[in-house]
Design a protein around this ligand. Structure first.
Ligand code: G4P
Length: 533
């Protein structure tokens, strides 16, 4: 038991959230560089365009240079085991992103110093805020000066509603920065430029801010600006309050530049010191955390055909309590089956390694024989609890799809079934319509992904017709007869894969209209069920 707690305490499992182009790939790569997991930066980014892409497993991602699915990167640093959950970075993201955030214990919010808080950052921030996890801010691209740091702090508060506590502060004037000032240690760290364009870890000079040598190196103007700023922060800024950080009410803010390695290592070290070890998760029968004496984990992502040569399906699980051992048999609560976990894997880039054991906070990939679903629980044999509050996102865009060639119907149904199990799309059937499905997605890129994958992986061309609905509601109610619903013009009645009725409606306004006229009916944005006991 002590061993499990010791091991879990070393884990830091987090996700980096940002708007595209803020530098997430670059920062991730630099963290791997400092963590010793790679030896020359550029290898992750360069892989974007080669067949060895790190998180870009799918062809569509390579073509577009974006990451459609999430992956997990792991490395050790100064006694910590770091698990970085990679979230998709493109505009049009899916539920996958949100679900990945469920597996994280904290988040690093990456902001471009010139652009401040952008659209996607806001959405992802909200998910983290709702979960109440600590959020750390890294203001990137400091080598290319943008906005005033005080102004950025204000923006975080106005736009996101979170106050910031700067952990460090840029050193230099007018965008010409050559270091950062660490407030906790009252130390300046100046970076040597080495001409390698950030490919290697930078050497730096560290010392006390009052050391006259620094005044000399910095020059009077930069030194004065720094001391004025620090005085202002100390007097007018928030106190550092760990409780507030832990609840996601105060964000420790760091300045740096991922590309040139400014401040990356100090950030990593402070982050690991402050970020939480694996936090307990709520189950239907209490909590599961590092001091629980049983194994538990949940599935947060499923991906099929990650390796085209093997045609496999991988279910990614996050361990919440207990020790995972290769070959152990666990209860899969949702199917009621007992499953032997014989080939667990961990991932760094394309390299997979078999894991023998893992602890709370760790993420592992399991070969999925087709039984796992997103949000499913694994627990000790004979037990039946499940993890709560796993988000189900109501789809917002809908399309009718069918196989172009009716002879390919069998492959079409197989592909649709598998991709639904992955959680990439939700599939519905219109009663009495057999040849086509209606699919629902959160972001429209998923339509393209579906079309592409059906063709690549199942050899099926599809016809797709987007439908004019924006809201889905599962309907329940005593003695409900869906066909007797009133005022259902411009609605579509469907059944989900478990034959539960739902309706598609154009707008929230129309939903209100239908709701008012059907008082005995409950309209739910998520399916009305709980896992099987
Ligand atoms: P993303 O994953 O968040 O989408 O961003 P990514 O790391 O791909 O970075 C987006 C662009 O920003 C890249 O430039 C990258 O080099 C640049 N970048 C990242 N960090 C910094 C930084 O600290 N300073 C500056 N000045 N730029 C930074 P690109 O031109 O799109 O690609 P590349 O040709 O540099 O690879």
């Amino acid at each position: 038991m002590d061993d499990i707690i010791d091991q879990a305490n070393k884990r830091r499992t987090f996700a980096i959230i940002s708007h595209p182009d803020a530098g997430k790939t670059t920062l991730t790569e630099k963290l791997l560089l400092y963590g010793g997991a790679i030896h020359l930066a550029g290898s992750v980014k360069a892989r974007k365009t080669t067949k060895h892409a790190t998180s870009d497993w799918m062809e569509i991602e390579k073509q577009r240079g974006i990451s459609v699915t999430s992956s997990v990167l792991q490395f050790d640093y100064h006694g910590f085991r770091v698990n970085i959950l990679d979230t998709p970075g493109h505009q049009d993201f899916s539920e996958d992103t949100y679900r990945t955030l469920m597996a994280a214990d904290s988040a690093v919010m990456l902001i471009d110093v010139a652009k401040g808080v952008e659209e996607q950052t806001k959405k992802l921030f909200k998910v983290c805020k709702d979960r109440g996890i600590p959020i750390f801010t890294f203001v990137n691209k400091l080598d290319r000066f943008g906005r005033n740091p005080f102004e950025l702090m204000e923006e975080l508060e106005k736009v996101l509603g979170i106050r910031a506590y700067p952990m460090n502060w840029p050193v230099g004037v007018d965008g010409n920065y050559n270091g950062v000032y660490n407030r906790r240690l009252a130390q300046i760290e100046l970076f040597d430029k080495d001409g390698s364009h950030g490919q290697r870890a930078l050497k730096s000079t560290v010392g006390n801010v009052n050391d006259p040598a620094f005044r000399q190196i910095l020059g009077d103007a930069a030194y004065q600006t720094l001391t004025d700023d620090i005085e202002l922060l100390d007097m007018a800024g928030d106190q550092f309050d760990y409780e507030k950080v832990a609840k996601g009410e105060l964000t420790p803010m760091f300045f740096g530049s991922a590309m040139t390695n400014f401040g990356v290592q100090p950030f990593l070290e402070e982050f690991l010191r402050l970020a939480p070890a694996p936090t307990p998760r709520q189950t239907s029968e209490g909590t599961a955390g590092m001091d629980s004496d049983f194994f538990s984990a949940f599935v947060f992502k499923i991906q099929a055909n990650m390796n085209p040569a093997h045609r496999d399906r991988i279910a990614f699980i996050r361990i919440c309590s207990g020790k995972f051992e290769r070959g152990m048999t666990v209860q899969h609560v949702q199917s009621g089956k007992q499953i032997k976990l014989s080939q667990p894997q961990q991932f760094l880039a394309q390299d997979r390694t078999i894991v023998d054991d893992a602890y709370p906070g760790d993420i592992i990939g399991l070969f999925d024989p087709g039984v796992f679903g997103i949000g499913d629980t694994l627990c000790p044999v004979g037990q039946h609890f499940y993890f709560q509050d796993f988000p189900v996102f109501p789809p917002e865009q809908f399309a009718r799809v069918q196989a172009k060639d009716t002879m390919k119907r069998k492959q079409f149904v197989k592909g649709m079934t598998q991709l639904t199990q992955e959680g990439a799309v939700q599939v519905f059937q219109q009663p009495d319509v057999m040849e086509s499905f209606v699919i629902g997605v959160v972001g429209s890129l998923q339509f393209e992904v579906l079309e592409y994958r059906l063709k690549q992986e199942y050899g099926v061309d599809i016809l797709m017709h987007q439908l004019p609905y924006g809201v889905a509601r599962w309907i329940t109610g005593d003695g409900l007869n869906p066909k007797a619903l009133k005022s259902m013009d411009n609605c579509m009645l469907l059944l989900d894969t478990k034959d539960r009725p739902l309706i598609l409606i154009t707008t929230e306004w129309q939903l209100n209209w239908v709701q008012e006229r059907n008082p005995g009916v409950e309209f739910r944005s998520t399916p009305p069920d709980l896992p099987k006991e």
